[in-house]
Design a protein around this ligand. Structure first.
Ligand code: URA
Length: 411
């Protein structure tokens, strides 16, 4: 077997065997398969797809490329949540403490921002003192003591995904359902949780652009879960507009706290958080979704979810009271009367990233205190001079006029 034969086979749209998949991907990790060969294979996969059997084989090769977290020293069901990534997506900060406040063990490894989508680890790092890197022993101790830990991925968790993802990022091969399914599910399986909810974001600010692709990804991930005896549920949610009002690390933590305090009820962000949490509670406690929803709402209303968040942040060294946002702000105002018909998630993400809220290039420093807070929703009527959003500035100028994020139609 050699790499060229395997690439050529995928180019001819033939199904690869598990041995071929193992040979070429493991070869890439250990250096016997070159970058350019893996790039060619990835592009052939993007264009020609993979059968379900190929996806299962690839996921297995990914999982076995590194450590698998052993959570057997934590008693009871362990749950995890994942989002395929979106602009303003701070749901983990809300969902994890709600679920943990109901006595369910939440053990979550999170990532940093990818492209223009923010990462939970960057958001948590905006809390002064918060430790994002926990060892396996620390994770187990913390989950046993307070029921919740959120940490960055340990170094040797699915190392093959790290190198393949870095190559996909620079070769235009990120947007592939089979590659996304195996990348996400390998990390979820290796992280050790029993029950997993996955929030598949669809829209302009998401990796997945169509409902059809979202449904395909959903079915694949659920089936991968079954192979490893993990119960997986998925939610398909909108990412055409940013999730919530705040975009930017510390601003998003503040918004998450306000949701946990019961503010923002009936907003889309609140509803998505309640649905994600209810699905986890329903799986972990074997309750109907309706009953789980009641428990979730009750623990937001009685303050227990908020208390759990504060306990968790303190346990990991963070001081919420020291959270800062930039005091250099710019209010962006409408230049006409009309109705807001679009707030483009991708544009808002690009605006926030250009201020320094995430790394645009490897090695960039993050400015945790910058970002955008939206003051209007789609459908709102505005007059000339009305505030549309506040931009929190740091040392960088916005890359474009923030008004470009809004579409306002006049009558
Ligand atoms: N997130 C991942 O972890 N992997 C992908 O391929 C896409 C999103």
């Amino acid at each position: 077997m050699n790499a060229i034969e395997v690439i050529d086979k995928k180019r001819r749209k033939e199904e690869l065997t598990k041995e071929e998949i193992k040979y070429i991907f493991e070869g890439f990790l250990n250096g016997t398969v070159e970058n350019y060969q893996m790039s060619a294979l990835l592009m052939a996969i993007v264009l020609n797809g993979m059968t379900d059997e190929e996806v299962y084989a690839l996921t297995d090769v990914f999982i076995n490329s590194g450590d698998v977290l052993d959570l057997s020293n934590i008693s009871g069901i362990k749950v995890d949540k994942h989002s395929t990534g979106g602009i303003g997506d701070k749901t983990t900060l809300v969902v994890a403490p709600i679920v943990a406040s109901l006595g369910i063990k939440v053990c979550k490894m999170s990532g940093r921002g990818l492209g223009y989508t923010g990462g939970t680890i960057d958001k948590l790092e905006s809390i002064p003192g918060f430790r994002v890197s926990l060892s396996e022993d620390e994770i187990i101790k913390q989950v046993n003591e307070i029921g919740l830990a959120i940490t960055s991925q340990t170094k040797n968790l699915v190392p093959l995904d790290k190198v393949v993802y870095a190559l996909r990022d620079v070769t235009g091969t990120v947007e592939s359902i089979p590659l996304i399914a195996s990348s996400i599910m390998s990390k979820k399986i290796a992280s050790g949780a029993d029950k997993i909810v996955i929030d598949i974001k669809v829209g302009s600010g998401a990796l997945i652009k169509t409902l059809e692709d979202a449904r395909h990804l959903s079915a694949l991930m659920i089936n991968i879960g079954k192979k490893y005896n993990r119960e997986v549920r998925t939610l398909i949610t909108d990412m055409n507009t940013p999730l919530g009002k705040a975009i930017g690390n510390s601003l998003e933590v503040i918004e998450a706290v306000s949701i946990l305090k019961g503010r923002g009820k009936d907003t889309y962000l609140y509803n998505v958080c309640v649905e994600l949490a209810s699905n986890l509670v329903s799986m972990a406690l074997n309750e109907s979704l309706e009953d789980a929803r009641k428990m979730v709402v009750e623990n937001i209303n009685n303050g227990q979810a908020y208390d759990k968040f504060m306990e968790f942040v303190k346990y990991q060294g963070g001081e919420v009271s020291k959270l800062k946002v930039s005091d250099k702000t710019m209010i962006v105002r409408s230049e006409k009367n009309g109705k807001i018909t679009d707030i483009d998630a991708l544009k808002v993400g690009m605006l926030s990233a250009s201020l320094g809220s995430q790394c645009e290039r490897e090695g960039d420093l993050i400015d945790y205190n910058v970002g955008v807070v939206l003051h209007k929703n789609i459908g709102d009527l505005v007059n000339e001079g009305d505030a549309l959003c506040t931009v929190y500035l740091g040392t960088k100028e916005p890359a474009f006029n923030p008004l470009e994020c809004f579409k306002i139609e006049t009558f």
